[in-house]
Design a protein around this ligand. Structure first.
Ligand code: CO
Length: 134
């Protein structure tokens, strides 16, 4: 059902430092910082030949990643995102298997302008999983 790894998201306490490290030390292609007020994050995308890295930094008072950074002050892997062809079909199949979909279970428009869902990390080997319809 799942297809390509779309991105790995890393929560970072210092977006500029993370971007500079990936650009200068790792030699990666690093995009600009983009505020996404609807999602409570500022993001920087790192383009790799086979996938992307998404740096997440809290934006605003109710950022969904503020708690994660409080527990992981140095930053850490926040989620992985897999591509699916049909997000509602994927959700229905997952719910049938007992997996928990976060929120109200309806796909939301994600950071790339496409429908996304998040699956509970306790149901997926301790890792928050994002599904994105492509
Ligand atoms: Co993501």
């Amino acid at each position: 059902m799942i297809g390509r790894l779309n991105h790995v998201a890393i929560a970072v306490p210092d977006l500029e430092a993370a971007a500079a490290q990936y650009r200068d030390a790792l030699g990666a292609s690093v995009g600009p910082a983009v505020d996404q007020p609807d999602h409570g994050v500022t993001v920087v995308f790192v383009d790799l030949p086979n996938t992307k890295i998404e740096f997440l930094h809290p934006l605003g008072a109710d950022s969904p990643i503020a708690g994660f950074l409080a527990k992981n002050p140095a930053g850490g892997m926040h989620h992985v995102c897999y591509e699916v062809d049909d997000i509602r079909a994927a959700r229905d199949r997952l719910v049938e298997t007992g997996a928990r979909v976060l929120g109200d279970g309806e796909p939301k428009i994600g950071a790339h302008g496409k429908p996304v869902l998040f699956l509970h990390p306790k149901d997926f080997t301790g890792v928050l999983v994002e599904l994105e319809e492509v």
